[in-house]
Design a protein around this ligand. Structure first.
Ligand code: SF4
Ligand code: SF4
Length: 511
């Protein structure tokens, strides 16, 4: 009987659905932001566009204070990563360090643009003949249009596409399973722009050389299924299947979704392409369609502005660089008692200290929580070994064990027990009756492991450099010794010849 490899088994992605270990059924709180169509807020007074918005290298600024820029004009270039563009026309006020949209509250280089109100586009360069675009040409277009994954990881889209093509993946998975409570921007995008998502899916499928596309949505997304299926029918695209998956947190995680669609685990330290799969977010697919068919760079995205602290929660189409306060104003302002402003959802999001923080490509939600939403801090108690955390862990880890190891600095053991596989989903925190802040411990532990790995790499490099230098010196010494010996031999021969012919000559020692 022939045994199929996981690579081949994954070809059946989406034909049946499976379950992943653990996870939580949460109140999704999405309806409050889905009642009205997506709106485009007025132009803000100022735009703060960070030059690093994705995984990878920072872009080099192409403009300076006083320059006039057009909408869509490239203002940052990066050889190895993606470009950055002006979200509207206006004047560059400064290129300087500003507060970044990051959990650490760090600052970074940003281009500050004062909009002129004209919103005047630069000349865009779309690609023709979608069917004939080579993967390399598509990758160049995506890089120049600044595309990075809009699902949260912001990995450069061109690099993922090229890698998938090289590894001959067979299936493209579009992730529309937006499992975090409150966030509804992907659902609204799928409702309002299904045609764009289908076009992006077709472009990516061709570039990857994949046989199929599976679009995964949640079973509570109502009209989305019909919208996508209808758009796929209109495009006469039979290779696209829309699959409903049970709403359970965190099934929108890449590894969890792959498990649900294929029943297979992405190997630890491996990538989905090991199983012949590439995962992209549905919003990334829509951005690919715009980049190719219109030449439009990634200068705006759908964002959910929600929570009990917002007067009129809704989804907005916001320009990159817009300060959060401008979007909150567009939603009627705060209700008055905001206790915490969070970027992302309540499970994996992070708080920010100021609402002047700018929108970047990774921001899918601004969540304003009130006192009532935030549970009063509970005193941490000792672990009672109840096992609730391991039952809830979607990465099949043993959080109570990892906590013990990280707490005691047992880094080798923590690594062995899979600390780096923790996706920081917060399920273990949520269920722990002892109120142990497990995720905070794991974030700290992962930082320590990475630091150790960096140090070990630096030590190895230093040792290799030292050894290479030693070998080089030894070779030089040997070469010099051989040269000396040769010269000595030549002189001895010369002396001997001179003595034989009766001529005087200098001895080798004199020489
Ligand atoms: S935060 Fe990490 S350890 Fe805790 S449940 Fe999620 S994956 Fe498991
Ligand atoms: S849930 Fe909390 S108390 Fe229970 S085993 Fe895990 S860490 Fe210990």
């Amino acid at each position: 009987m022939s045994q199929l490899s996981p690579f081949d088994l994954a070809r059946d992605a989406g034909r049946h659905t499976h379950h992943f270990h653990g996870g939580l059924k949460l109140r999704h709180n999405k309806r409050i932001s889905c009642q009205t169509p997506v709106e485009r807020p007025p132009l803000p007074d100022i735009l703060v566009v960070p030059l690093l918005q994705q995984a990878g290298d920072i872009a080099r600024p192409l403009v300076e204070a006083g320059d006039l820029v057009l909408k869509g004009q490239q203002i940052g270039h990066c050889q190895n990563c993606v470009a950055v563009h002006a979200p509207t026309s206006g004047t560059v006020e400064a290129v300087e360090d500003r507060l970044m949209t990051h959990a650490s509250g760090m600052t970074g280089l940003c281009v500050i643009i004062r909009p002129d109100g004209k919103d005047q586009w630069t000349r865009l360069e779309p690609l023709d003949h979608i069917a004939d675009i080579s993967p390399a040409r598509l990758a160049r277009q995506l890089q120049e249009c600044g595309l990075a994954g809009l699902g949260g990881a912001v990995f450069p889209t061109h690099a993922k596409t090229l890698d998938g093509h090289q590894r001959q993946v067979h299936t493209l998975i579009l992730n529309g399973a937006e499992c975090e409570p409150y966030i509804s921007c992907d659902e609204m995008l799928m409702r309002e722009q299904p045609g764009k998502i289908i076009l992006g899916a077709r472009i990516l499928r061709r570039a990857l050389g994949a046989e199929r596309v599976v679009i995964a949505i949640e079973d509570q997304m109502g009209a989305v299924h019909q919208a996508l299926a209808y758009a796929a029918d209109c495009a006469e695209c039979t290779q696209i299947t829309v699959v409903k998956v049970t709403t359970i947190y965190p099934e929108g995680g890449e590894r969890q979704l792959i498990k649900v669609l294929t029943g297979l685990e992405v190997p630890l330290g491996g990538r989905p392409s090991d199983l012949g799969l590439v995962c992209q977010n549905v919003a990334t697919a829509a951005a690919v369609a715009e980049a190719v068919s219109e030449g439009k760079p990634l200068i705006e995205r759908y964002i959910t502005v929600t929570g009990n602290g917002i007067s009129r929660p809704r989804n907005l189409l916001a320009l990159i660089g817009t300060p959060f306060y401008h979007l909150v104003d567009a939603c009627g302002g705060y209700t008055g008692n905001v206790a915490r402003l969070v970027v992302g959802g309540p499970m994996m999001g992070y708080p920010v200290s100021s609402d002047a923080t700018p929108v970047v490509k990774a921001v899918n939600c601004i969540l304003a929580l009130t006192d009532k939403d935030i549970a009063a801090p509970q005193a941490e108690m000792p672990c009672i070994r109840c096992g609730e955390c391991s039952r809830a862990c979607p990465a099949t880890l043993l959080p109570q064990q990892l906590h013990l190891q990280v707490n005691n600095g047992l880094w080798d053991e923590a690594e062995e027990y899979g600390l780096l596989a923790c996706i920081e989903c917060g399920c273990c925190d949520f269920v722990c009756p002892s109120h142990i802040p497990l995720v905070s411990w794991f974030r700290h532990g992962k930082d320590m492991l990475r630091q150790r790995a960096d140090e070990a790499q630096a030590t190895t490099l230093a040792r290799q450099r030292f050894e290479a230098r030693e070998v080089r010196l030894l070779r030089k010494k040997q070469a010099r010794a051989e040269k000396m010996a040769k010269r000595k031999q030549m002189l001895q021969q010369k002396t001997a010849t001179a003595q034989q012919t009766g001529k005087s000559a200098k001895g080798p020692e004199d020489a």
